[in-house]
Design a protein around this ligand. Structure first.
Ligand SMILES: O=C(O)c1ccccc1NCC(=O)[C@H](O)[C@H](O)COP(=O)(O)O
Length: 209
């Protein structure tokens, strides 16, 4: 299973989290977020990582040229689109960034929001399902209704996100069968400051998954 820890800001924390077993790290490129990092900060983390660890830039309603610049200069392997990006925008980005993983995040409020996942299937590599919050785009600590996801089997690989912690992860995975999981505030001391003890606890709980 892929395990993505999002909202990394510090090189030592990024390296330690990769050493603990994360398969992907996420970098928030949304300026309004308390976890926002510059390209220079991303570079400083990425250069310490083993090449098998994916580096994902998280964007919201950002121009394609700006995303491309961050991918090239920051050494990113993937892009997570967390705003209102259309399927056509995802395709445009795919054409602009061949070989770069395109992840579309969908914030789920009601059962009908699942229909959107089918619309994006053809245009992205991976989906990410996150909780809806009226004021914040992500990193909210809010959980999804996992019961609604029990039979969710899209044709694309997908991450479960939203309010996951070392304490609820096994309960979530007993109900939902995602390809990967994504955690941020559930393994933090403060926004952007990861709690390595909580990250270690998460990997203990996950065992050999
Ligand atoms: O984390 C942020 O601050 C953020 C801001 C703007 C857009 C996206 C953001 N995070 C995206 C993520 O992938 C988070 O990991 C995801 O929302 C889960 O967060 P949490 O509920 O805190 O585990």
């Amino acid at each position: 299973m892929r395990i993505k820890i999002c909202g990394i800001t510090q090189p030592q924390q990024g390296k330690a989290i990769a050493d603990l077993g994360a398969t992907a790290l996420g970098f928030i490129c949304v300026t309004t977020s308390p976890r926002y990092v510059t390209i220079k900060q991303i570079q400083a983390v990425v250069e310490k990582l083993p090449s098998k660890v994916d580096s994902i830039g998280v964007f919201a309603n950002t121009r394609p040229e700006k995303i491309k610049q961050a991918v090239v200069d920051g050494g990113l392997t993937g892009v997570q689109l967390h705003g209102d990006e259309s399927p056509e925008f995802c395709q445009q980005l795919r054409d602009l960034l061949p070989g770069v993983e395109i992840i579309k995040a969908l914030r789920i409020r009601t059962a009908t929001d699942f229909d959107k996942t089918a619309i994006y299937n053809l245009f992205v590599d991976t989906l990410l399902l996150d909780a809806y919050h009226p004021q914040q785009l992500g990193g909210t600590g809010k959980t999804l209704d996992w019961q609604l996801l029990q039979n969710f089997q899209p044709s694309r690989p997908w991450f479960l996100a939203g309010g996951l912690t070392p304490y609820n992860i096994l309960e979530a995975l007993s109900q939902v069968k995602p390809t990967g999981i994504d955690l941020s505030s559930g393994v933090e001391r403060a926004p952007g400051d990861k709690d390595l003890q909580k990250v270690a606890q998460l990997f203990e709980k996950l065992g050999n998954r």
